[in-house]
Design a protein around this ligand. Structure first.
Ligand code: ACO
Length: 313
């Protein structure tokens, strides 16, 4: 089986920075509570003219430019989001139009909450393998600030907005493995509104935390088993950034090297489907990613859902 090689990335952060201090003036919370319980110091919120689609288009355009490819080279466009401003057209169709991607190729959105980018990358791998074509554009984008109740301290401190984009090549000699799963019977533990609804995101934080610390190491181990690799073969593990303590639990339970686990939650909060591609973009931009490196991306989220994927750079 061919694997996915990450060729180029793009990113977009909205214009408003919201610090813990800003939130302290809004709800009964403190910088100390938020940083010690979550590791979050600030997050970005969309301004009036920004939404998940505008961020996706900016990130996608940057990734395509950095890849050096033409729009016509992109065989599919898959977007992971739970906060599309419209149910239809999908954000993927809006990206297709904005970037002038060819019309005879698939473009669609995937909603698997915070696991969305893994699901989207897996879908792109499947499409390239079955429909043909060499390059896929995969995006994770969110405007969660539009979906939280600003008076609910249990959720409003956690979430942020942003987008990350990746151009993948279906590569001959790249190792590949993927694991995906869902447990709809526990949907109540983390839920959100429909795009057109006004009900805010709700969550049983403690239950999601317990689920996450079990699911993350399990997903990573499944990816390693399926690719017949060990942790020492990986250069990076890029986890969904929901809570710094969840990543620390994962490191501990696998007896792993903490420096292999990229963290940027302090600056972004939980950006759901956008968190992994934003992390990949930051890593590429700061030269942490080097050609030939092997990465595992691991996510969990509402649904409940989870997933892991092995990639090369
Ligand atoms: N500021 C101050 N106090 C707070 C705040 C806040 N922002 N939020 C909650 N508290 C209080 C609670 O009311 C509680 O008070 P009590 O003991 O008097 O009842 C106390 O702090 C402890 O609350 P817990 O919920 O037990 O705190 P915990 O240590 O579990 O941290 C958190 C909460 C950060 C939400 C954690 O459980 C977590 O990260 N869970 C995972 C969330 C997640 O990953 N979500 C992603 C999926 S969601 C989706 O996909 C839509």
């Amino acid at each position: 089986m061919k694997g996915l090689q990450l060729l180029a990335t793009g990113g977009a952060l909205p214009g408003r920075v919201v610090t813990n201090e800003d939130l302290r003036r809004q709800v009964d919370t403190s910088d100390e509570w938020i940083t010690t319980r979550t590791g979050i110091c600030q997050r970005y919120y969309c301004t009036e003219n920004e939404d998940a689609a505008t961020l996706a288009i900016t990130a996608a355009r940057q990734a395509l430019t950095r890849s050096g490819l033409a729009a016509n080279d992109i065989a599919c466009c898959v977007v992971a989001t739970l906060s599309s401003p419209t149910a239809t057209p999908s954000i993927a169709c809006r990206v297709q139009a904005a970037l002038g991607l060819p019309e005879d190729r698939p473009a669609f959105d995937v909603n698997a909450a915070c696991s969305g980018f893994i699901y989207a990358a897996a879908a792109a791998h499947g499409l390239l393998s079955t429909l043909g074509g060499r390059y896929a554009l995969v995006i994770g984008c969110e405007a969660l600030s539009r979906m939280v109740d600003p008076t609910d301290r249990t959720t409003c401190v956690l979430f942020g907005d942003g987008a990350g984009a990746a151009v993948f090549e279906l590569a001959e000699n790249a190792p590949f493995a993927v694991t995906l799963g869902a447990r709809g019977s526990e949907a109540i533990r983390a839920g959100g509104p429909a795009a057109c609804d006004t009900a805010p995101i709700t969550m049983d934080g403690r239950a999601v935390f317990r689920f996450a610390v079990e699911a993350m190491p399990r997903c990573l181990q499944a990816v390693l088993d399926r690719s017949q690799k060990t942790l020492s073969d990986l250069d990076w593990v890029v986890c969904h950034q929901a809570n710094s303590r969840i990543i620390d639990h994962c490191v501990k339970s696998l007896h792993a090297e903490p420096s292999k686990f990229y963290k940027n939650i302090s600056r972004h909060g939980n950006t759901s489907a956008a968190s992994i591609p934003i992390a990949l973009h930051e890593m590429a931009e700061s030269d942490l990613l080097r050609p030939g490196q092997t990465l595992a991306c691991i996510g969990f989220g509402g649904g409940l859902t989870w997933g892991g994927i092995l990639l090369t750079y």
